[in-house]
Ligand binder design. Structure first.
Ligand SMILES: [Zn+2]
Length: 374
């Protein structure tokens, strides 16, 4: 500011005079006023002029404490308050505009401000933190983990909220406590990229299914055996004919000779398309079975697809906990040519989710990478 500023000179004189009179009348020591946060509001040019003390006014000490007379202090506070109101009002208006509010609402908000508002709590937009639901993992649920520890697969899936919820949790990666490599679980996934661990795993509850024609002395794990009995009975009652089976559980050792026999006939490439290497076969789990249609005598695996039994199984196997593991046209994911005869037991709840979800590979069902080759 320059000394010849026509606007401020009379005001400075008046202010100086008022201060002098007030100081003389009260004869009180000027109260120290500390810098307050409101002074940090950016003043206008005019306010900066007013801020500048008159020549005979107390100047700010080096300590930063200002000594101002009460009258001057009140004026200054009034000026600062006005500045704050203007700033707050602008902020309210900007906030209302930004939030798409009505202009009238912004005006009302300003009108309601009485004195130096610390914050216009109904006008200035406050950043809204979007509420993000905590990721609910079944692995944090004591009921789920207790069921998992008990070895009861059905109870685990029930605790997860059903087959679809279980699948979704596992496929999305939020259920790391569920292992798709555990050979004792109905949700085991074995393919050309996922061998058994241990490689010579052997199930402990193998039984021969009741009332099912077995062409080989080949057992299934108890739940799968019971399910096969129910499936075969239902197919028969539905008029689809008798379903027998050739091969169910095959040990690591058996698979070794089976695979070696295929290699001897057609070479490794051919063998890998039709048979699993030892340690990589679903049959080693005791939860896979190769069915055949029987009408008096039983036919071959290749006869399943075109048989009434094959048609019935495609429609209803899921109701008994089985899926057609190697479906038509999915070799690039499953690693195997279609096998209408090869049923895999995954339990009724997961099989329902598989069926209702329209899945055709277990890899996609659980969000696993494709496994076309070893
Ligand atoms: Zn098979």
């Amino acid at each position: 500011m320059t000394s010849h500023d026509p606007e401020s000179s009379p005001r400075r004189a008046a202010r100086a005079e008022a201060e002098r009179l007030a100081t003389a009348a009260l004869a009180l020591p000027a109260a120290p006023v500390e810098d307050t946060p409101v002074e940090s509001a950016v003043p206008t040019r005019r306010e900066r002029r007013r801020e500048t003390p008159a020549p005979d006014a107390a100047r700010p000490g080096r300590s930063g404490v200002r000594r101002l007379a009460p009258v001057l202090l009140r004026r200054r506070l009034a000026v600062v308050a006005a500045a704050v109101i203007v700033v707050a009002g602008c902020a309210v208006a900007i906030g209302a505009a930004a939030s798409g509010g009505e202009p009238d609402a912004a005006t009302e908000a300003v009108a309601q401000i009485d004195g130096p508002p610390p914050v216009a709590d109904d006008g200035i937009p406050v950043p809204q933190l979007t509420a993000v639901a905590a990721t609910a993992t079944p692995c944090d649920d004591p009921v789920f983990t207790a069921a998992l520890a008990s070895g009861d697969d059905a109870a685990v899936i029930d605790a997860a909220g059903g087959g679809q919820a279980f699948r979704a949790a596992v496929a999305s990666g939020i259920a790391p406590c569920v292992s798709l490599s555990d050979p004792n679980r109905e949700w085991l996934v074995v393919n050309k990229q996922r061998p058994y661990d241990p490689v010579d795993y052997q199930p402990s509850d193998l039984v021969m299914p009741d009332n099912v024609r077995a062409l080989e002395d080949s057992a299934l794990r108890a739940p799968a055996a019971r399910a096969l009995t129910s499936l075969v009975k239902a197919a028969s009652e539905a008029g689809a004919g008798e379903i027998g089976y050739l091969s169910a559980y095959r040990s690591y050792t058996t698979q070794k000779s089976t695979y070696a026999g295929r290699v001897a006939i057609g070479g490794v490439a051919e063998a890998d398309r039709e048979s699993a290497r030892p340690g990589f076969s679903e049959h080693q789990s005791g939860m896979a079975v190769d069915i055949v249609p029987c009408n008096g005598s039983c036919k071959t695996l290749d006869d399943v697809a075109a048989s009434p039994q094959g048609a019935w199984v495609r429609e209803h196997a899921w109701e008994y906990g089985f899926i057609t593991r190697y479906a038509e046209g999915r070799e690039s994911v499953s690693g195997y040519e279609p096998e209408a005869w090869h049923l895999r037991y995954i339990g009724p709840e997961l099989a329902r989710a598989y069926h209702e979800g329209g899945f055709t590979t277990l890899e996609e069902f659980f969000g696993l990478p494709a496994a076309p080759t070893y």
